[in-house]
Design a protein around this ligand. Structure first.
Ligand SMILES: Cc1cc2nc3c(=O)[nH]c(=O)nc-3n(C[C@H](O)[C@H](O)[C@H](O)COP(=O)(O)O)c2cc1C
Length: 178
């Protein structure tokens, strides 16, 4: 990237993204969702193995079924629903590849940032990873297209924000310069 204006805009995008935890019922147009999902595979991956898979869910019934299985496996209260997103993207990678989790984390950030650039809110849902080896959750994941040899390392809930997200403080003190 040579254009300084573009660089400044990109950095502002990185700085202003925040997690969204309340979504409207508005669906995300399929071409927008496709653009977001495709940025995942442009993330760096260890040795460029790309032994990952991204499962894009848009059917409310399927998202609800997954949320219900995760809720029970994690002992969450009734009403647990991933914040009722319009869509979800599950990032999974070959269980036997030691860097799969790192690869998926990079892909997840691409998903969050491209979504934000396109006006779509997002948040990481950690309970899918926590419960993904529970048989009842795995059964749903397999039905939703997650390869059985894969561990689920990330889940992004996506949708249009129902209210502005909380602007969390970021701590520049976590950086040292020498
Ligand atoms: C690995 C990871 C797991 C997370 N799990 C959850 C989660 O299960 N539920 C949730 O609401 N937010 C989750 N988050 C979002 C964080 O809470 C959020 O990124 C953090 O509070 C900073 O806020 P920001 O994203 O608005 O900058 C997770 C984020 C990461 C990176």
């Amino acid at each position: 990237m040579n254009d300084r204006t573009q660089a400044v805009e990109l950095i502002e995008l990185l700085r202003s993204r925040r997690s969204v935890r309340a979504f409207t019922d508005e669906p995300i147009p399929s071409e927008v969702l496709r653009m977001i999902a495709e940025t995942a595979v442009y993330a760096p991956s260890a040795m460029n193995r790309q032994c990952w898979h991204f499962s894009v869910l848009t059917k409310q019934e399927e998202i609800r079924r997954l949320a219900e299985a995760v809720r029970i496996a994690c002992g969450r209260d009734e009403g647990y629903n991933f914040y009722r997103p319009a869509a979800m993207i599950l990032s999974s990678a070959d269980r036997d590849f030691p860097m799969g989790r790192d690869d998926c984390a990079c892909a997840m950030q691409n998903i969050f940032l491209s979504a934000y650039a396109l006006g779509v809110g997002s948040v990481w849902i950690n309970q899918v990873r926590e419960s993904s080896e529970a048989p009842a959750v795995r059964e749903v994941l397999t039905a939703l297209g997650v390869p059985p040899t894969h561990a689920v390392y990330g889940a992004a809930a996506l949708g249009y924000a129902a209210k502005p997200p909380r602007v969390t403080e970021k701590n520049l003190g976590n950086i040292t310069y020498r």
